[in-house]
Design a protein around this ligand. Structure first.
Ligand code: ATP
Length: 368
């Protein structure tokens, strides 16, 4: 039950023209981003793209060289970290080993916001108890953090960060130290907790599956710049660049040249694609998702794109079947289809096959 701490509401975040340089390198290169009140927004990008720096700027651990940062419409640039209505959860939980779980969470109350006010012991106990219940750690209040599993420690760190009801919670890869199964459990829990509380979450990750499964919206960052901001479905289905197309989910890229709008000539044949406003003759990448590719023994009929190849591998992944085809020009094409009882099969590995895919599933990007 998260109702005890709910009601504070989430703050909106406005990042406007923010630049941060370290010496001659630019970690954040002019980012504009609006995070809505109560939203779960992920900053997603490869290592070194500037997402941690952006989080540290919001927290007040770094100062921008240009631009403004505002929470609920008020600039926080002049405020030191402990005066900002935000809290941060780091990958390393940084719990104090000499304190109990409850004392660690109470420290969160003292550290920020309430440090100038005298909070009665009874009030502290009540709030700490609520925060621990919220992350299902109430019964471990008197234990030492050393006696807890990684997932439990991460829950305590969350309770400590949420106990004084920040308007915005900043999370820097908080689940990356957990093993896969626990991480997936915590993803679900964290998302439930967030939507129950209504606190705005800005969540840094380099894990695209994590971002896709948890976020209301994803902001994809590369080289200190925003590549695309959108709901997970759109970022997946309508990527704005070859980078986003390849970074989120699996993608097949077929290099070629644009012959005319919607027609790309590749070493493996001429493809009909979605429309593009690139000039004719451009070097491009035709991108098609594995689930849009059908592998068949017989040549596909109709207006479908077809690429000839040899079946190089078949993997049965529970509810899906994944096939790798090596095309005549030597490209590997990945195809993924739901496992159905009536799957006609495509013969043995080594068999000659066709890859078929519809033009509307082929995105075209400039190859740089
Ligand atoms: P990671 O996931 O590896 O933490 P990131 O996307 O969070 O990557 P940042 O940590 O924000 O990236 O780093 C962005 C760039 O800024 C990197 O090139 C990094 O080396 C540089 N950088 C970050 N902090 C500092 C610092 N205090 N001094 C100098 N350079 C820094």
């Amino acid at each position: 039950d998260t109702s005890a701490l709910a009601g504070a509401g989430g703050g909106s975040v406005d990042i406007t023209g923010v630049v941060k340089r370290f010496g001659t390198s630019t970690a954040v290169d002019g980012i504009d981003l609006h995070v809505r009140s109560g939203e779960f927004l992920s900053l997603l990008g490869p290592s070194g793209c500037g997402k941690t720096t952006l989080l540290r700027l919001l927290a007040g651990f770094e100062q921008p060289d240009a631009g403004d940062l505002a929470i609920d419409g008020t600039s926080v640039l002049g405020l030191p970290p402990h005066r900002r209505p935000v809290n941060t959860v780091f990958q390393a939980y940084a719990l104090f080993p000499h304190m109990t779980v409850a004392e660690n969470v109470a420290y969160g109350l003292r550290q920020k916001g309430l440090r100038r006010k005298r909070v009665e012991a009874r009030e502290i106990r009540r709030r700490v108890g609520e925060a621990l219940e919220m992350v299902r750690m109430g019964e471990h209040a008197q234990r030492s953090p050393n006696a807890l599993s990684g997932g439990q420690q991460q829950r305590v760190a969350l309770a400590r960060a949420l106990v004084n009801q920040p308007q915005v919670l900043l999370l820097d890869e908080p689940l990356s130290a957990l093993d896969r199964k626990l991480r997936e459990e915590m993803q679900v829990e964290l998302k439930l907790l967030q939507s129950g509380l209504g606190t705005t979450f800005v969540f840094v990750t380099h894990d695209q599956e994590e971002a896709l499964s948890m976020s209301d919206r994803i902001a994809v960052v590369l080289d200190g710049r925003l590549q695309q901001v959108g709901v997970p479905e759109d970022v997946y289905a309508e990527p704005a660049s070859a980078f986003v197309a390849g970074f989120i989910g699996k993608q097949n890229f077929l290099p070629g040249h644009l012959v005319q709008p919607g027609v790309v000539r590749c070493p493996d044949g001429t493809l009909a694609t979605r429309a593009t406003d690139l000039p004719d003759g451009s070097a491009v990448l035709a991108a098609v998702r594995p689930e849009a590719v059908q592998v068949t023994a017989a040549e596909p009929a109709g207006a479908t794109n077809r690429v000839r190849g040899r079946l190089a591998g078949v993997a049965h992944l529970g509810d899906t079947v994944q096939r790798v085809v090596v095309t005549s020009s030597g490209l590997e094409v990945l195809a993924r289809s739901p496992r159905v009882a009536a799957d006609p099969g495509t013969g043995e590995v080594g068999a000659e096959v066709w890859c078929g895919f519809a033009p509307e599933h082929v995105h075209v990007f400039p190859s740089t």
